[in-house]
Ligand binder design. Structure first.
Ligand SMILES: [Fe+2]
Length: 246
């Protein structure tokens, strides 16, 4: 990605903010100027595409995910507490007249033992949290009618001493269908192919997703700290690069 983030800024105390959006904007280096049309590579980047067939595992994943909203999204992860900024996060949906307890997607965090192909894809990039097996691996499935309102990620706490190491990588499990929306900055990401992998500039770029198609939209998301392997892959991003899994 083009932008070079200042990784050593001081984070504001969230107590001084009613809105999660406002807190995130305060720390973001995105331009917030909609007369500028964002392009691929500015704030998100396609790394390449996996080859293979994971249809059976994908279908099982869709059936086994659990519904979440902002309040419950961390229950199924490594943290069994609410987000420390939940009130501010829900405030943003209320400001738009929405319902903060509505579901944003369905999620699976553990039990990857019976998903060897999906696991291999998430493992591929060498992201680690106390070893590569510790990287946070999630299946995110968005059902018809679900939406994840526009926000900026707050991953600073994953590595407070060196947040530059934190990365979040997404693998699309199906070909794109009209009605499925992913937006980074003011760019709509669409027409992806099954296996396509992307990364985004998490401290800076606002993003959101929605599914208005009649097909569940399934992706994998892996979050961890970059290793030498990750950096090698990120150095050679190319839409046509093929990732092979055994
Ligand atoms: Fe996000």
């Amino acid at each position: 990605m083009m932008h070079k983030t200042d990784w050593h800024k001081t984070l504001a105390n969230p107590d001084g903010y009613a809105s999660n959006w406002d807190w995130c904007v305060e720390h973001s280096e995105y331009h917030f100027d909609d007369s500028i049309q964002d392009q691929p590579g500015d704030w998100f980047d396609i790394l390449g595409t996996f080859q293979g067939d994971w249809t059976e595992e994908r279908n099982r994943l869709v059936a086994e995910t659990t519904p979440i909203n902002w309040a419950t999204r961390k229950f199924y992860g490594d943290v069994d507490i609410e987000s420390p900024m939940l009130e501010q996060e829900e405030y943003d949906i209320l400001q738009g007249g929405g319902k903060p307890k509505e579901l944003i997607l369905t999620n699976m965090n553990d039990g990857w033992e019976t998903y060897p192909t999906l696991y291999a894809m998430m493992d591929y990039f060498g992201l680690e949290v106390s070893g590569v097996e510790g990287a946070k691996k999630r299946g995110h499935v968005q059902l018809t009618g679900q939406m994840f309102n526009r926000h900026i990620d707050k991953l600073w706490d994953r590595c407070p001493d060196d947040p530059e190491r934190v990365a979040r990588i997404t693998v699309m499990l199906d070909d794109w269908q009209p009605g499925q929306f992913y937006m980074y900055g003011n760019l709509v990401y669409s027409n992806w192919k099954a296996g396509e992998v992307h990364i985004f500039d998490w401290p800076n770029v606002p993003h959101c997703t929605a599914n208005t198609s009649n097909t569940p939209r399934a992706v994998l998301q892996v979050t961890g700290l970059k290793t030498d392997r990750t950096r090698e892959i990120l150095k050679n991003t190319n839409k046509d690069r093929v990732f092979k899994i055994a």
